[in-house]
Design a protein around this ligand. Sequence first.
Ligand code: PEP
Ligand code: MG
Length: 584
Amino acid sequence: MTLALSGHAIESGIAVGQAHIIQRNELEIHEYRIEPAGIEAEVRRLDKAFAAARKHLESLADQMGNSAGTTAEEIIRTHVMMLSDAAITDLSRERIRSKQCNAEWALQLQLGDLLVEFRQIDDPYIASRADDAVQVVRMVQQFLTAESSTEPLGLIPERLAQTVVVASELTPGELAVLRERGIAGVVTEHGSTYSHTAILARSLGIPTVMGVRRGQTLIKEGEQLVLDGHYGIVFADPEESILKHYLLKQAESERFLQSLEAVRDRPTTSLDGKRIRLMANAERPNDLQRARSDGALGVGLYRSEFLFLQGNPPGEEEQFEAYLSALQALEGGPLVIRTLDIGADKGVDLLDFKNLRSNPNPALGLRAVRLCLRELELFKSQLRAILRTSAFGDVRCLIPMLTSVREVLAVKSLLDETREELAGEGLKYNPGMRLGGMIEVPAAALAIRELSPHLDFLSIGTNDLIQYALATDRVDESVAHLYDPQHPGVIQLLLWIFKAAEEADIPLAVCGELAGDRRYTRLLLALGLREFSMQPRNLLEVKQVILETDIVRARSALQEWLQSGGNDPESSLVNFLDNSQIDR
Ligand code: PEP
Ligand code: MG
């Protein structure tokens, strides 16, 4: 009889296979006292475990084979670095000495303190760093305990094709090894959307459902599983009709993925011959690799705040190095660096702006350029780093959350001041570096004519533009159903933006999620978009739609829809535009 279990949808895709359950005895960490004469020996025992854990991670990295160069490599590197971090090593040694306790317990105490610190930071990215700390400490504890000789993955069959692994939880390194062994999918009892293992599952494209409560108890070893990563459902021992349905869907999605390969090397040109520029959004070094391999011309949105969310705020030098290495990965650009967009849902705690969190409406508060124009020292160090990078290639600077001309002028005068300082110090920069503004506040959209003379390009941030236009918080689940990109008000706003930008003769891109969502590609083309910037993983899908779109037809379908008042009860606007392409 079919058993249906649900969890968090992590990576879409369908997996059909036999369940293989990975049992892992939860470690029980006990405290015991160490006599003063044995303290230094206990410290050495801990150091030996650190070394063994490091060796284990390095060998995992070796086993990763094809996965190398993906996020896995980066995560394993993070874990190796954590193994040398004084917050874990020195302070645990200290605890053995001060508490006269065993190494396992010293680590446990130290982990507890670290987690308290992490918990004070209400940010999903930082929370995933806490997962890293837990994983690293657990591994060292494993090497300290008697079971340490049994490596967690030691019992897993070498080839796991057609197998869906069911685990309590997995470390990113373990997931990378499982992928090498050919697993079809992953089910875990624990884990969240922002954990590193989840990020890795997405970047490796392994259908994954996490947070399946009691999955290891309810699923039996060897039974057939169907995993639907799109909806976060797992069927154990599925009845014939379910299995048939999913096998068909699986074949369909494989055909779809194969069809994407066919577009990889083709120029991005619409059916009626218009050239379209595809750019990537990037936060991390690996986004750049995927962006290059999937044909992005450059980076249209480098979310610089992610550098600030990884620990202590970086200084000018560290930012300069990060931007320069992104520029080098792109072989000279273009690289559009967005200045800090911190505030609202993005980690204000880190920068000592804790008071911002208590604002009644953080999304309407001191965020992005508003915050930067108040925290001038912080902002200047970023402008210096961006300008210095501009000496090495096609670097452009993008201001988020612009509302008024006054803000643009304030940023420009800071840029002038910064240029003078750099020149005085003999540091190079590109005096003609282009400055762009994000259009994501409805008032800025309506004021494009006033803003454009002061800017070199515009980029629409649809994520925020839609939330502000519809007064619908983009992170509030209770109003998620109201967040509608096809709302007539949103469409009118977009029409206005494209018309105003054309009249002002200023280049316009879209870098919000809509640009990477193939359902909206034809709408954006019909509106007049010629430059899309999106998550690298969506590049080929969107390109495929572009190649199959006659823009002239899409445009006249849009006009038809607007003239009819958009009241077709049978169809949504995007379906109407899709239908306009049929019967060629
Ligand atoms: C947007 O708002 O569409 C955007 C690209 O910026 P972010 O999602 O980082 O706010
Ligand atoms: Mg935004």
